[in-house]
Design a protein around this ligand. Structure first.
Ligand SMILES: [Zn+2]
Length: 285
């Protein structure tokens, strides 16, 4: 079964008089959703004690929780000190997964910077092997999943092929397919079921059905230009896409059970529910 939830609670949560992470799980449950993504995009600004308390609430309400690691992660920065920092962000992310009792860490792999794309990708691959092999040997990963994300800007490492290929490097690596990003990078390429099928077929061929089945998905409409992603929009946007219907169709046809997280600009819980309804309506047909 596909699970649906938002990244953050947006304006609705505040308008209904709520605040703080401890109130999130019951609220998400009451909205009819199954999952939630907490973003540490701007740094790990929370105590592990608080994460533990929040984790108990998520467990109590049976809401599956993923964490998004800081945006500063860059496995392709040639500077060794910066690489050590990138590793540190992953280590801290794992510490928070444990504190929350969450199962997956989402992160942006790398940016090209001054390197050519080939150089940046080669460096990212070598460091993925170095970092994740070591973490595995240290016994840190166990049942955890680490999910590098497909990115929306041309300068970032993160086409769907690059991300899937990176996920061959360690058994704990599973892709985050951000279809809004893919659509932005490819100039509005995602329209029909077959457009999504192309991506999932590539994934199944390279990393197998099991990993593809458990993959992570980000879905939102995103404004784009010549260099890709410009900004996240709400699902009621009619200009940029992508629409969720084609993805729902292929998820059902392939019997896949990913976790779908909605990253709309401000109405993410409402939009996650719209996607859940599209999926279940098709499923019931
Ligand atoms: Zn992201």
């Amino acid at each position: 079964m596909v699970l649906f939830g938002p990244s953050g609670c947006g304006e609705e949560f505040v308008e209904e008089g709520h605040s703080g992470i401890l109130e999130v799980p019951a609220w998400i449950k009451a909205k009819g959703l199954d999952a939630y993504e907490y973003s540490f995009g701007h740094g790990y600004q929370m105590s592990t004690e608080k994460a533990q308390l929040a984790g108990e609430e998520f467990k109590k309400h049976d809401i599956k929780l993923s964490l998004h690691a800081p945006f500063y992660i860059n496995f392709a920065n040639p500077d060794e000190e910066m690489y050590a920092k990138t590793q540190g962000y992953i280590y801290t992310g794992i510490k928070f997964l444990r504190a929350f009792g969450a199962d997956r860490l989402i992160f942006h792999a790398a940016s090209c910077g001054k390197l050519s794309r080939d150089e940046a990708l080669a460096l990212t691959k070598a460091r993925f092997i170095d970092t994740f092999d070591k973490m595995e040997q240290e016994g840190l990963l166990d049942d955890l999943i680490l999910c590098p994300e497909t990115m929306g800007k041309t300068q970032q490492i993160g086409t769907y092929q690059e991300i899937v290929d990176l996920c061959t490097l360690n058994k704990h690596l599973l892709p985050t397919f951000d279809f809004g990003h893919i659509n932005s990078l490819e100039g509005g390429s995602l329209k029909t079921k077959d457009d999504y099928k192309r991506i999932l077929d590539y994934s199944i061929e390279k990393i197998g059905y099991e990993k593809t089945n458990n993959c992570h998905i980000h879905f939102s409409k995103i404004q784009y230009g010549a260099k890709g992603e410009i900004k996240h929009l709400n699902y009621d946007d009619l200009v940029y896409g992508p629409e969720f219907d084609g993805l729902a169709e292929i998820l059902i046809e392939y019997n896949l059970s990913p976790r779908v997280i909605c990253e709309s600009m401000s109405t993410m819980p409402k939009d996650a529910l719209i996607m859940k309804k599209i999926y279940h309506k098709m499923l019931d047909k």
